[in-house]
Design a protein around this ligand. Structure first.
Ligand code: DP6
Length: 380
């Protein structure tokens, strides 16, 4: 660094995988067993925000998460990102540049996810961090690799729209990075509805969960070798050609397969709860005559639904009918004006044998594909 002080602020979105990452090839380099594909969700509804200040006067690195100082030395993920952006090329090392003291930095990060959304995703946080560190330390290589060292799925939040995380071939993961399949403007009819499911269950974190699956699930190995390559190929084509039925079918099959592997893990992992399965049932019935919506679940009970503009109001209305909210403060439950919610109620589909589940959802977030991580303020 040439200047003594540098600061930058960035925001980054969360992303939802439609071809799932589940299992690491190498824990140290955080490389995956298979490639994956995701949709980046719009930052206007949910994002992480991070500021990094680097100053030659700082004696040590510091980390503040959601207003509280954390022990940065104990945070292996942040250390991996810092080591990567501060490592010097071999050529420079020969010229004794290792003697230059490392400029220390202070990192402040927060999520703007709606309270109690239960969507605290580390993906957005590490994408922000990578964006800031790259700028502050003049790191010129692919920043999705830096984000990946923090959290695998974070590499996909670096880019907007439809993103593939290429597994890569290099053992140390230098080519295990994110590439954009299509940007956020590619498929404007595609809409996303997040159903935040009320849950008291404390689930096993994804890092620990996938470690357990890698060591105990035979299905996981089969999936990585024989299922994912075909899914990646077909879903990429479906995205390019905006083929919703194909996209929806593969998205649901991928989600089902992830949770089948969780069942095959020993001891089994249970992320979906009764409400999650009730949502699967509702979407299955809703799709009986025509594929109009898709569900997907990650390592938790929340559902993310995809649909098209033409079915959007009908789907939302159907959700409001079968998963009603009994509290009067509707605005804090769904990010939509209450007048619009009232109008929607008349458009619901009639679904045979679907029960009404009052207050089973904590919140509904209506959103869409959006841009990747970006710089919001820089001192330059
Ligand atoms: C189920 O990226 O959180 O959401 O690399 O250990 O930090 P680490 O795992 P993480 O795993 C996400 C798993 C998933 C599927 C996905 O996003 O592809």
């Amino acid at each position: 660094m040439t200047t003594t002080e540098k600061s930058i602020k960035s925001i980054a979105p969360i992303n939802i995988a439609v071809v799932k990452y589940w299992g690491k090839e190498n824990e140290e380099f955080n490389t995956p067993l298979n490639s994956s594909i995701s949709v980046t969700l719009h930052v206007k509804d949910m994002c992480a925000e991070t500021e990094v200040v680097a100053d030659s006067k700082f004696k040590e690195d510091k980390l503040f998460l959601n207003g509280r100082e954390e022990d940065i030395q104990k945070n292996k993920r942040v250390q991996r990102c810092l080591n990567m952006v501060r490592s010097k090329p071999t050529l420079k090392r020969k010229h004794n540049e290792d003697a230059t003291p490392i400029v220390r930095c202070h990192i402040t990060s927060a999520n703007n996810f709606p309270t109690a959304a239960g969507l605290a995703s580390s993906a957005a946080g590490y994408a922000c961090l990578a964006k800031c560190l790259g700028h502050v330390y003049n790191y010129e290589k692919d920043l999705s690799v830096v984000a990946r060292l923090g959290s695998g799925s974070a590499c996909r939040s670096m880019l907007g729209g439809f993103v593939k995380w290429e597994k890569g071939k290099c053992p140390e993961g230098s080519d295990s990075c994110a590439v954009q399949i299509a940007n956020e403007h590619h498929w404007p009819e595609l809409k996303v509805i997040i159903l935040v499911v009320s849950s008291n269950q404390k689930s096993v974190g994804s890092t620990e969960g996938m470690r357990r699956s890698v060591t105990t699930s035979q299905l996981l190995k089969y999936r990585a070798e024989h299922c994912v390559p075909g899914h990646i190929d077909k879903i990429e084509k479906a995205i390019h050609s905006k083929d919703f039925p194909m996209f929806a079918e593969l998205t649901m099959k991928e989600s089902n397969q992830l949770h089948a592997i969780c069942q095959d893990t020993y001891p089994p992992l249970r992320y979906m709860n009764t409400t999650s399965h009730d949502i699967v049932n509702l979407i299955t019935k809703y799709n009986a005559a025509k594929l109009k919506a898709a569900y997907t679940f990650d390592a938790g009970a929340n559902a993310v639904l995809f649909t098209l503009d033409e079915f959007y109001e009908e789907l939302l209305s159907t959700l409001l009918k079968y998963f009603p909210f009994t509290n009067t403060e509707i605005e804090s439950w769904i990010n939509m004006p209450s007048s619009q919610v009232k109008e929607l109620k008349t458009k619901a589909a009639e679904l045979p044998d679907v029960c009404i589940h009052e207050d089973a959802l904590q919140r509904i977030i209506c959103t869409m594909p959006g841009p990747g991580a970006s710089v919001v303020v820089s001192d330059e």
